[in-house]
Design a protein around this ligand. Structure first.
Ligand SMILES: Cc1cc2nc3c(=O)[nH]c(=O)nc-3n(C[C@H](O)[C@H](O)[C@H](O)COP(=O)(O)O)c2cc1C
Length: 237
């Protein structure tokens, strides 16, 4: 079984998104999966031109020449695919949005109607991987994920991870209780990764554990502001 995560943070390997993704993949590996994380910032991904050549002139393939061919192959050969992003202006990063726009060649042009009255484009391939999603926000609070949650509603994802206070994930401060919480959080993520491999789903208890609070909002705010003040003093701003 192959599990791939496409990480859409511009911070790449140093991102909070990576802290979450690598723990999940560690658990999946322990359960026997082959795993890979792709840092989109390291790839050449041009913007979709909206020319619809992939539907008309070269059906099923994009006319742009960049890393997307290789990435779409990796996507299709995976059993499970995760997309990871920080919240940027209440949504995903441009990097991840740009990447997902480039999946247009995988669907056919004709409009199809679902029983519920909504419209969709049918896939060109028989087998699409099952998906999961990872987001982390800089602000405290569930509401930071409202737009993303709406977007993924009814998409039957295996798992959705919404981590608020994301900047706490790489705590460098001497705060033993936070470090303990982060270690526990990583263990819960590992468990989720293993469950995906073993059961094709994540149980309610693990989902709840993943979404338990890391740090009190007030404490997070105070620590973030203290660190900013320190940094600004150093740079004399
Ligand atoms: C351009 C920009 C826009 C952002 N917009 C939001 C936002 O709307 N809501 C929020 O909670 N955090 C926002 N953030 C903060 C990031 O979500 C936060 O720093 C996150 O932990 C970064 O994760 P990463 O290390 O995985 O990139 C924004 C950050 C940047 C640089």
């Amino acid at each position: 079984m192959k599990i791939t995560i496409f990480n859409g943070s511009p911070r790449g390997r140093k991102s909070n998104s990576n802290v979450i993704a690598e723990s999940l993949l560690e658990g999946a590996e322990l359960a026997g999966a082959q795993t890979e994380q792709v840092f989109l910032i390291e790839k050449d991904i041009k913007q979709c031109l909206g020319c619809f050549s992939c539907w008309e002139k070269t059906p099923g393939s994009c006319i742009l020449n960049d890393d997307m061919k290789e990435l779409i192959n990796l996507y299709l050969e995976s059993d499970y695919v995760g997309m990871a992003t920080p919240v940027y202006n209440m949504y995903m990063t441009g990097l991840l949005k740009n990447f997902t726009d480039r999946f247009l060649p995988l669907v056919t042009p004709h409009l199809q109607r679902k029983e519920d009255g909504s419209f969709y484009h049918e896939g060109r391939v028989k087998h699409f991987p099952r998906q999961f999603f990872i987001a982390n926000s800089g602000f405290p609070g569930e509401h930071n994920f409202d737009v993303l949650k709406k977007f993924f509603e009814n998409q039957n994802l295996v798992l959705e991870i919404y981590r608020d206070c994301g900047e706490a994930l790489q705590a460098t401060v001497e705060n033993p209780s936070l470090i303990e919480k982060i270690n526990q959080y990583r263990e819960h993520l590992k468990k989720a990764g293993s469950e995906i491999v073993q059961n094709g789903q994540v149980c309610g208890e693990t989902k709840d554990q993943i979404h338990s609070k890391l740090i009190r909002d007030e404490e997070y705010m105070e620590e973030a502001n203290r660190q900013w003040n320190e940094m600004l003093e150093e740079t004399d701003c």
